[in-house]
Design a protein around this ligand. Structure first.
Ligand SMILES: NC(=O)C1=CN([C@@H]2O[C@H](COP(=O)(O)OP(=O)(O)OC[C@H]3O[C@@H](n4cnc5c(N)ncnc54)[C@H](O)[C@@H]3O)[C@@H](O)[C@H]2O)C=CC1
Ligand SMILES: O=C(O)[C@@H]1CCC=N1
Length: 290
């Protein structure tokens, strides 16, 4: 089920544990949609205080710059969002373990990290929302897959939806399908940018200025996506409408087929999902080491 509705987060305290690009995309959405008061949001990272102060200046959120402030932020939040890289996750979760109260909701955006591994690292069945957003959340056009542990209450499910619906659309999936979400939409923006890079390069090769090639490419990708949304037609049907028999588009598609374009995309997405699983297994290995 895909959902794009939103509701208010009221006075719920949210702590971003990790303050990188994904954390910023989400907190920016929350603040700009006025879903929560910025002073209900605390942000922390490992050591880059300048980054926290920049986020404070830009969004009005509260930076947790000392160990005491970090501990207080983690202890007092109703929701803790794990936003570190997979390689840093095991250590960060171990630090969190003695500070947590049983009813605090953990939302993870970390690729590959399973609910079971988080439970193992915490040695208890904390409520967990495992999510896979994407960077388009920055402009409110994100696509986020969400799965919940059994211990997440219905209020916590609503809060999770409110957070991610503030930055785009959401789809609730069973946990094993989160890797598929990573393959399709988590990493998906990168495939589209890669396609755009190739289109711009070819345009320049054919004599367009770099600026014109870029503008035409960007508008084409934007227009194509918007056509699917506003007409409700399938991408395949829309493609066929562009493709006149024996015309220039058909000639282009034949070349793409010659280079196994669709197979390439298929294999890329399958490998992406597999890689996410491998990253998750590395974190699990750290969890069982202790
Ligand atoms: N960038 C993307 O397109 C997407 C990323 N993700 C996931 O989001 C997570 C974060 O990715 P980015 O924001 O791109 O990474 P990033 O490198 O921009 O940010 C990571 C943040 O975690 C902090 N951190 C690391 N260890 C910490 C610790 N022990 N305590 C406190 N803070 C700590 C770092 O200081 C930094 O602020 C990753 O796990 C990734 O799998 C999910 C979907 C899309
Ligand atoms: O490349 C990565 O591992 C992350 C996960 C989804 C997008 N970026």
């Amino acid at each position: 089920m895909v959902d794009s509705s939103s509701s208010s987060l009221g006075g719920v305290k949210i702590c971003f544990y990790g303050a990188g690009s994904m954390a910023e995309a989400i907190l920016r959405g929350l603040v700009e949609a006025k879903l929560t008061d910025p002073n209900q949001i605390t942000v922390m990272n490992r050591q880059n205080t300048d980054r926290l102060l920049q986020l404070e200046q830009q969004y009005g959120i509260i930076p947790a710059t000392t160990d005491d402030l970090k501990n207080e932020a983690l202890t007092s939040a109703s929701i803790i969002i794990l936003g570190m890289k997979p390689k840093d996750a095991a250590n960060a979760i171990k630090v969190l373990k003695p500070l947590l109260r049983p009813e605090q909701l953990i939302i993870s955006v970390i690729a590959g990290l399973s609910i079971d591994t988080i439970h193992q690292l915490l040695e208890r069945k904390q409520p967990i929302a495992r999510t896979m957003p994407n960077t388009s959340s920055t402009i409110g056009l994100g696509a986020t897959g969400i799965s919940y542990s059994d211990t997440v209450s219905s209020d916590q499910r609503e809060l999770t939806l409110a957070i991610f619906n503030a930055v785009g659309i959401t789809a609730i999936v069973e946990e094993p399908q989160i890797e598929a979400v990573t393959g399709v939409s988590g990493s998906g923006p990168a495939y589209v940018y890669y396609l755009m890079e190739a289109m711009i390069k070819a345009g320049v090769q054919l004599g367009l200025s770099p600026e014109a090639a870029k503008e035409l490419t960007v508008q084409t990708v934007r227009g194509a996506a918007e056509m699917v949304v506003s007409t409700g037609e399938n991408p395949g049907d829309l493609r066929r409408k562009v493709t006149s028999p024996n015309g220039s588009t058909q000639a282009a598609i034949e070349i793409l087929d010659q280079f196994s374009f669709q197979e390439g995309i298929n294999k890329a997405i399958l490998r992406c999902a597999e890689r996410a699983q491998e990253m998750g297994e590395s974190i699990r290995a750290e969890a069982v080491q202790d």
